[in-house]
Design a protein around this ligand. Structure first.
Ligand SMILES: [Zn+2]
Length: 391
């Protein structure tokens, strides 16, 4: 066991696994050339990773005069990871493979519960999900994501005002009750992680991700590295001024993105416009689908404010892409309108607009984003994750 904590060994295992993850189908020789360690070492590491069912070998392919090459792939189905999105009122729990694809999921309502009560019901549902759906597969760990300010290093929810949680030591309270290790991060960084592994970030690792749901946040990903900020507070876009509107923000000012772009703000805009038939965002969705012109106009106005924020991020950071995730991205047909607003607002005009995209994942996305925190943990520290399974 002592060798498993050797950081160089861990790094070599991680390099091989990540290389195969990013470029599936390579032979051992290809991987050795790409990561810069000897072919003999890659062969030995790959053998262990195949035994541990993190890698699998495809059928050999003839290679001219030489020995046939054996393409390597990540074994995305032998193990599972758990993702939990701790929402303010409802929590999503999902089991995915290492390919980010959901195998089973559940929603846990906990309106009005304290953090402790919430954890109790979430743990119960998560345990049930594993019992019913893991069927002999190991769950390698749990990624937990929530809104607001999260200290990932210390495993603490510093402030999630939507849920009324402050200074909650979530990892300490959840460790041992969920498949471990348990890693906590905030929603926006989890979404950025997902984009990096499975979405736009796999092709363009220089991007800003905006998450727009009940919470608002932005994450800068610079050359594949997620920047949490000097004090892990980066990405607060809630109080960007995007409107001359009449709603007063809880910060005391008017026109903040938070007052016009969150799901709750959209519901309130509809109610202020006289739509007493709108009680939650589900009503907005239903009426939009039914072709309600007034509701569609309210959603388009919201998208326009999101676009204004995207234009500011484009001007400020000049990223390869601005990826918009969350509620606006659930309607891909609205991207054209968002791009028109960005073209009119951003310094680079049309060039900036073409670099605004919608995240590719929608349904259940927040808990799948949380699972991708754990997928990344497996790629970063395969030996530590496998150690409890005693491979
Ligand atoms: Zn504000």
């Amino acid at each position: 066991m002592a060798r498993k904590s050797d950081p160089i060994r861990e790094r070599n295992f991680a390099s091989v696994l990540r290389e195969v993850f990013s470029n599936p189908g390579q032979s051992r020789k290809d991987v050795a050339d790409a990561v810069g360690i000897s072919a003999a070492s890659v062969t030995s590491i790959a053998l262990k990773l195949v035994e541990a069912k993190l890698l699998r070998e495809a059928s050999p392919v003839a290679a001219g005069q030489g020995r046939p090459r054996v393409p390597l792939h990540v074994d995305s189905t032998s193990h599972l990871v758990m993702g939990i999105h701790l929402g303010p009122r409802v929590t999503g729990v999902v089991l995915t493979g290492l390919d980010g694809i959901a195998h089973a999921s559940a929603l846990v309502p906990h309106s009005g519960f304290s953090a402790e009560q919430t954890f109790d019901v979430v743990v119960a549902e998560a345990t049930k999900l594993v019992e019913e759906h893991a069927v002999g597969r190991h769950v390698l760990g749990t990624g937990v994501a929530t809104g607001g300010i999260v200290d990932r290093e210390r495993g603490i929810i510093v402030e999630n005002s939507g849920a009324g949680w402050f200074d909650v030591h979530a990892v300490a309270q959840l460790a041992g009750r969920l498949p471990g290790p348990v890693v906590l991060d905030n929603n926006a960084r989890a979404a950025a992680q997902h984009e990096l592994l499975f979405g736009h970030g796999a092709q363009q690792p220089d991007f800003v991700l905006m998450v727009n749901t009940s919470d608002l946040g932005a994450v800068l990903v610079s050359d594949g590295v997620i920047r949490a900020g000097h004090s892990q507070h980066a990405g607060k876009i809630a109080h960007l001024r995007v409107s001359d509107g009449q709603f007063r923000c809880d910060c005391g000012r008017q026109g903040c993105l938070q007052t016009v772009a969150t799901d709750e703000a959209t519901v309130r805009c509809a109610q202020v416009a006289g739509r007493q038939d709108v009680r939650s965002y589900a009503d907005i969705d239903r009426l939009y689908d039914a072709g309600d012109e007034q509701i569609r106009a309210i959603v388009a106005e919201r998208d326009g404010y999101v676009a204004r924020a995207a234009a500011v991020l484009m001007d400020l950071l000049d990223p390869g892409l601005v990826v918009i995730a969350g509620t606006p991205a659930e309607r891909p047909e609205t991207l054209a309108h968002v791009r028109r607003v960005v073209a009119a607002r951003a310094g680079q005009g049309e060039l900036a607009a073409q670099r605004v995209v919608y995240s590719s994942d929608h349904e259940l996305s927040l808990s799948i984003f949380a699972a991708s925190i754990m997928v990344n943990e497996v790629l970063e520290r395969p030996l530590s994750v496998l150690e409890p399974l005693s491979y």
